[in-house]
Design a protein. Sequence first.
Length: 539
Amino acid sequence: MALHADLIFRGGPVFTGRRRSDGTFELSEAVAVRDGRIVAVGSDTEISSLAGPKTRVIELAGRLLSAGLIDAHVHLVTHGTNQMGVCCKYPVVRSIEDIKERIRERARQTPPGQWIRGWGYNQFYLAERRHPNRWDLDEAAPDHPVVIVRTDYHIAAVNSRALEILGIGDRDPDPPGGEMERQDGIVTGVLKEQAYMKHADTMGYSDEEMVEGARIAAADFIARGLTSIHDAGGAQARNIRALQTAVERGHCPVRVYMLLWSFYEDRALHEAFFASGLRTGFGSDRLKVGPYKIMVDGSSSGPTAATREPYASMPDYRGILHFSEEEVVERMVEAQRRGFDCTAHAVGDRAIDIVLRAYEEGSRRYPRADARHRIEHAAMAAPDLQERMARLGIVPVAQPTWFYEFGDGYIVNYGEERLRHFKPLRSWLRRGIVPAMSTDCPVANPDPLRNIHAATTRRTAGGSTLPGDETVSVAEALWMYTYGGARAAKEEHIKGTIEPGKLADLVVFSDNLLALEGDDLLSVRVDLTVVDGQIVYER
């Protein structure tokens, strides 16, 4: 007796993600799924013959079916726990006075002495055009420790109660890789990079709140068509436990590939990873150990990215490096010796240059045919850096949606020449580099359609278009969101394209987005998400 399909999708189009030799992409009409795997791809007639009395047949009726989307750099737990905090993101807030009012309201609901946590502010969108400081937050909540994290998660503003708890005084020096903003010698409460990051755990949520955060975030991602994510939330024990607990409880239907790093500088933690014997690839298709990661510089929008030339907006400023070049090379070469794939947060061209030197040295000393190293963000990738990335086979993990959310600030801070090569998707593809798409949520909106729109337009929220011939087609952007993400995790043999034998992780869009362009993409919704052959979201 013939085995029937559990699910059939027909009436296409089906974006298989298979790229032809001429650069175009294969389309099909129908797909059959059984026991969590894709079993057949073909014409409506061919696939309909696999239907049985218990088969659910889904008529696409012109809606696009693709492999499940993969966001290759998000912060799963943080996105979820943010929903428990105070939203300070534009346009919810438009001024520091708005922030203070929202903090006051939360203070009225919170017992004195307990933390109040806010997230998402961007000083460029505040009427005062500055960071909130300790005195602003003291006024709003004098009896509570308060922390508000900037949208990039590289800068935070805290009040005086928080500074006391953290043990920060006016005479304390800036920590390595960090800066504390001062006014007439007084710490203002604005903490940048390691000045904030080293205290993040102290100011964070409880273990159970983190598990709940993972549940909230995973549900949101699934509703957006994301079936896999690469979690960049850090490998502190609490974050790993939260992810594992959420998976065990069935609260995390999205597949997780976990980057190993510490949000704060913790050499002992890195040494423990190396000594454990674990390496990239350990785990299951639900929760897997990813690459070893190091934070090299700051953020693009802070702005604290480390640049080769001074900022256009600040002629004496070239950003913040978390480590010296020697330290970066030492750590990443050691990780490569231990069998890890590696990645690094590197936004500015100075940081990217340092990371590539580390990869070059590691490749020279410990060559591996199966290495697939990455660079997270890789924003200011001038042609000389692109060439080295191609030679080394580096995977850039890009966030085009940053163009929209932060692009107007980029124009002011970096100038036109650097922006010509800012996240150069087209140039990477020309050089044979396969980028992976991501949003860095909650740094930016997790909406994949917003991200695809940005990749195809390079438009900012203010209506400007970033310079440079670096836009890609909708099909290319979708390919990077599926195959690109799978390849970045060395999982292209089980996901990322629609082929027999691969995991049945699929998404149905409300329209054929391949036939759309520009702002029409922003009206597209996700109608259905499938993980392991099971429908986990239906609009």
